[in-house]
Write a protein that binds this ligand. Structure first.
Ligand code: S3P
Length: 758
C-alpha cells in the first residue's frame, strides 16, 4: 500500500499522490455512517479516490450524484485489488460475509477496518474467515450517528469532536493502527483505544441499553389500547427519551445478537434498578425515591462535566486558563470568600455517616470539596445541593456506605484522598481511590503506613502515591501513633479509622495542625481527648445528624489580607471568616511583619472561632519567621512569600519542607515566579530567603497549583507592569470565584482560556 508523506508541502517535484494519505479507499456499505465517512475523506483530501460499494445500486447512484463517493464499484475484484484502505460500514452481522467476499482479492498490504458498534463479533468474523485476525485488520467504532439512515443522510461533519474507539488486537500492525487513527483524526474525531471486551461492555451500557429501552418503551406503549391518545399527548420528555427508537431496526437487532452477553448483563442491572424504584413507589418510600432521582441527577451532571472537562473528577489542568493582571489597582470594600475547604470535607463526611438528615450551610462548592461529595454519592449517600452553599445530606449511618461501582475519582483533592482512605480502610467493601496527575504524585504512604499498623490492607502505587487500593473487611485495632510529620490530613485519616477500631487510639503530632476534625467530633459527642499535641479517641457507635454553618476560609481570605496590606490605599473587610487558632499562623506572621489586621465581632459557631477581619495598607518589615507558626500557616506560604517580597529588608523562612509535597513544589514554583518578577530570592532545602524589593511585570507559571496562581495574582496588585500567570484552572479547586470576587474588590484581573491541542 502506498502512504504519502505526512503534511507534504506543495513544492515543485511533488506528484498529485504526495498530497493524499491514501490513494484508493473502498467503502463497503453506503449507509449514513459509510456515506458520511466517504464524504469526509473526499472533502478533506485524505484519500485521492473514494469508491463506494453497496448492495443497493440506488444507494451507489445517489452517492455519486451527491458527491459522497467518486464512483461506484463496478467490479469487486478490481476495486479490492486496487484499494489501499477498505472500510466495512455494514451491519455487524454481515461482517463475515463481506470479509469472505473480499478475501480472494485482498492484497497483504491493504488495511481493512470497520465501523461496527460491537467489536467481539467483528473479531470473531475475521477469525472465521481468515483463521486468525490479520495484522492489517483494525476494528474501530465511531461513536457518532443519529436516528437517520441511508446515504442521503451522509454528513461530512458527522464525526467532528466525536469519539472513535479503535480496538487493535494483539497481533495488529502498528502502522495499520496508526493509519486508521489518522483517517479518523482527519474527520475531526477524537481517538481512543480500548480492548475489545471492554469496548463491548462499555457500549452495552452506554449505547445499546438506551436504544433497546427506547425501542421497548415505544413498542409497549404502542400496544396499549389507547396508544393513539398516548402518542397524541406525548410531551417533550417522551420525544427526547424515544428519539433513538427511530433508529435502523436491522442494525439494532444485529447488535443484540452480536453483543448478547454484555447486553443481557446490562438489562439485568437495569431491571434490578427499575425494580428498586417500583418497590420504593409501592411502599410510599419517599426518601428512597428521591434518593434515586437525586443520585441520578448528580451522576448525570458529573458525567456531563467530565465530558466537557470541567469537573473535579476530570483533570482540571486539561483546560489551560491564564490570569492577566494589570498594574495600578487597589483593594477596597467587603470581599466575599467561600466556605472553609477543610471543614467542608469533614462536614460532608460526618453528615454522610450520621443517622438522619443533616443540613450544612456555607459549604464550599469547589472541585475539591465536590470530589468528596461525589465519592460519598458513589457510595450510596443521597446529597441534595449545594444550592447557594446549602447541602442536605441523608445520612446512611456509620456502617451504611455501599460499595461503589468503580474507582472513586478524587481529582486534585489531597484532603479527599487522605481522609477517605482512613474511613474506607475500615469498611466491609474494597475500594480504589484515584486522582489526577498532580494528586497521583503526592505522598500517600504517610497515611497507608499507620493505617496498615491498625490492620488495614492498603497498597499504593510504585511511587507511594495514588491509585490507592483498599481491601475491605479488615478488623482494625486502636493505635498509639507518633506522627513523623505535622499533617492534619494524616491525623484526621487515622482519627476516622479509629472510630471503627477495637480499643482506643492516640495520635501525637510533632506540631499542632488544624483541628477541625477534633472540633467536629467533639460537637457530635464522640469521645475524644486532646492534651497538648496528643489526640486520644475512642471508637464510637452511631453518629448523630446535625446542622452546621461553615465559616469563610481563612486560607482564601489570606490572599486579600496580604493584598490589602501591600497595596497603598487599600482597605478591606472580610466577614464571617474562620479564625480557629490552629489556622492563625498567617495572621501572626503578618502582624509580626507590621501588618494592620483587626479581628472584630468574635463569635463561636459550632465550636469554631469566627470573626470579621479588617485590613488596611501598612509598611511591612522583613523578619525571621518563627518555626512555631509554620504548621498553622502551611497553606498560606505562597502569599506570605509575596508579602515578604514587598517588605523592607530580608525575610527568612525555614521548616517548610512539606511545601514541596503540596499540589506543586511550592518553594520551587514561588522562587521561580518571584525571581521572574524581579525579586531577589534564594531557595533553600526547607525554606527561602527573600529580599524585599520592587515587583516587576512578567510571565509566571503557577504549575497548576491553585495557591501559587492566586499568590501571583496578588503580586500583580503592586507590580510595575502586567503579570501573566499560566495554568490557573486549578484555582477552581478551592476558590472558583476568585477572579470575579477580586475584580469586584478592585484587582484588575481577567482570565483567558488558551487553546490547548490535545
Ligand atoms: C488540610 C491539611 C493541610 C493543608 C490542606 C488541607 C486538611 O495539609 O495543606 O490544604 O484539610 O486537613 P497537611 O495536613 O497534609 O499539611
Amino acid at each position: 500500500m502506498s502512504i504519502a508523506k505526512e503534511n507534504p508541502k506543495k513544492s515543485p517535484g511533488h506528484t498529485a499522490d504526495d498530497f493524499f494519505m491514501v490513494r484508493n479507499t473502498l467503502i463497503i456499505g453506503l449507509g449514513m455512517i459509510g456515506g458520511s465517512l466517504a464524504k469526509a475523506l473526499k472533502e478533506n483530501g485524505f484519500s485521492r479516490t473514494v469508491v463506494g460499494f453497496d448492495r443497493s445500486q440506488q444507494a451507489v447512484e445517489l452517492g455519486v450524484q451527491m458527491g459522497v463517493i467518486d464512483r461506484g464499484c463496478q467490479d469487486i475484484k478490481s476495486a479490492v485489488t486496487e484499494a489501499d484502505l477498505i472500510i466495512l460500514a455494514v451491519p455487524v452481522k454481515a461482517t463475515a460475509k463481506v470479509l469472505a467476499m473480499l478475501k480472494p482479492y485482498l492484497n497483504a498490504e491493504t488495511i481493512v477496518s470497520d465501523v461496527g458498534s460491537t467489536k467481539g463479533s467483528v473479531i470473531a468474523a475475521a477469525v472465521e474467515v481468515f483463521g486468525t485476525v490479520p495484522a492489517n485488520f483494525i476494528p474501530a467504532h465511531p461513536i457518532a450517528g443519529s436516528e437517520k439512515s441511508g446515504v442521503q443522510s451522509a454528513n461530512s461533519q458527522l464525526f467532528v469532536k466525536h469519539k472513535v474507539i479503535i480496538t487493535p488486537h494483539s497481533l495488529a500492525s502498528q502502522q495499520a493502527t496508526q493509519m486508521i487513527a489518522r483517517m479518523w483524526q482527519s474527520t475531526g474525531a477524537e481517538i481512543l483505544q480500548m480492548d475489545v471486551k471492554k469496548h463491548d461492555e462499555v457500549l452495552a451500557a452506554t449505547s445499546h441499553l438506551p436504544h433497546l429501552l427506547a425501542f421497548s418503551l415505544v413498542d409497549s406503549l404502542a400496544q396499549e389500547s389507547e396508544s393513539l391518545d398516548i402518542f397524541r399527548y406525548a410531551a417533550g420528555g417522551f420525544r427526547d427519551f424515544t428519539r433513538i427508537a427511530a433508529s435502523d431496526p436491522t442494525m439494532w437487532s444485529d447488535v443484540c445478537g452480536a453483543n448478547k452477553h454484555a447486553v443481557l448483563q446490562q438489562i439485568e442491572i437495569f431491571s434490578k434498578g427499575l425494580n428498586r424504584l417500583k418497590q420504593a413507589i409501592e411502599a410510599d418510600d419517599e426518601q428512597s425515591i428521591k434518593g434515586i432521582f437525586i443520585r441520578a441527577r448528580a451522576a448525570r451532571e458529573h458525567f456531563g462535566k467530565m465530558l466537557t472537562g470541567t469537573a473535579y473528577a476530570a483533570d482540571s489542568q486539561q483546560k489551560n486558563i491564564s490570569f492577566f493582571i494589570e498594574p495600578n489597582s487597589v483593594l477596597k470594600g467587603q470581599i466575599k470568600v467561600p466556605g472553609d475547604k477543610s471543614i467542608s470535607h469533614r462536614a460532608i463526611i460526618f453528615a454522610a455517616l450520621g443517622d438522619g438528615i443533616s443540613e450544612i450551610n456555607g459549604f464550599l462548592n469547589s472541585e475539591d470539596s465536590m470530589a468528596t461529595v461525589q465519592a460519598l454519592r458513589d457510595m450510596g449517600v443521597v446529597i441534595e445541593g449545594p444550592h447557594r452553599g446549602q447541602l442536605k445530606v441523608y445520612g446512611v449511618g456509620k456502617d451504611g456506605l455501599c460499595p461503589p461501582s468503580g474507582d472513586l475519582c478524587l481529582g486534585n483533592s489531597g484532603t479527599s484522598m487522605r481522609l477517605l482512605t482512613g474511613l474506607l480502610a475500615a469498611q466491609k467493601f474494597s475500594t480504589v481511590l484515584s486522582g489526577d496527575h498532580s494528586l497521583s504524585s503526592r505522598p500517600m504512604e504517610r497515611i497507608a503506613e499507620p493505617l496498615r499498623k491498625m490492620g488495614a490492607e492498603i497498597s499504593t502505587s510504585e511511587n507511594g502515591g495514588a491509585p490507592i487500593h483498599i481491601k475491605g473487611g479488615q478488623t482494625l485495632q486502636g493505635i498509639d501513633y507518633v506522627m513523623p510529620i505535622a499533617s492534619a490530613q494524616v491525623k484526621s485519616s487515622i482519627m476516622l479509622a479509629a472510630l471503627y477500631a477495637q480499643g482506643s487510639s492516640s495520635i501525637t503530632q510533632p506540631a499542632n495542625t488544624r483541628n477541625h476534625t477534633e472540633v467536629l467530633m467533639r460537637t457530635l459527642g464522640i469521645d475524644i481527648e486532646v492534651t497538648d499535641k496528643t489526640v486520644t479517641i475512642q471508637p464510637c457507635g452511631q453518629l448523630p445528624s446535625f446542622t452546621l454553618a461553615i465559616p469563610g476560609d481563612l486560607s482564601s481570605a489570606a490572599f486579600f489580607i496580604v493584598g490589602a496590606t501591600i497595596c497603598i490605599g487599600s482597605n478591606v473587610v472580610l466577614k464571617g471568616i474562620g479564625v480557629n487558632p490552629t489556622r492563625m499562623g498567617v495572621i501572626h506572621i503578618l502582624k509580626l511583619m507590621g501588618a494592620q489586621i483587626v479581628l472584630q465581632n468574635h463569635r463561636e459557631i459550632n465550636g469554631e472561632a469566627v470573626a470579621d477581619i479588617q485590613v488596611e495598607y501598612s509598611t511591612l518589615q522583613g523578619i525571621k519567621i518563627p518555626r512555631q507558626y509554620v504548621s498553622t500557616a502551611i497553606d498560606e506560604f505562597p502569599v506570605i512569600f509575596v508579602a515578604a517580597s514587598c517588605a523592607l529588608g530580608i525575610t527568612k523562612i525555614n521548616g517548610l519542607s512539606e511545601l514541596r509535597h503540596k499540589e506543586s513544589d511550592r518553594i520551587k514554583v514561588m522562587v521561580e515566579g518571584l525571581r521572574a518578577l524581579g525579586i531577589n530570592i534564594k531557595e533553600q532545602n526547607d525554606g527561602v530567603i527573600i529580599e524585599g524589593g520592587q515587583l516587576q511585570g512578567g510571565i509566571v507559571d503557577s504549575k497548576g497549583d491553585h495557591r501559587t496562581a492566586m499568590a501571583f495574582a496578588i503580586a500583580g496588585l503592586i507590580a510595575r507592569g502586567p503579570i501573566e500567570i499560566s495554568n490557573c484552572s486549578p484555582v477552581a479547586t478551592s476558590f472558583p470565584e476568585f477572579v470575579e470576587n477580586s475584580a469586584k474588590a478592585g484587582l484588575r484581573i481577567r482570565k483567558e482560556e488558551a487553546n490547548v491541542s490535545s
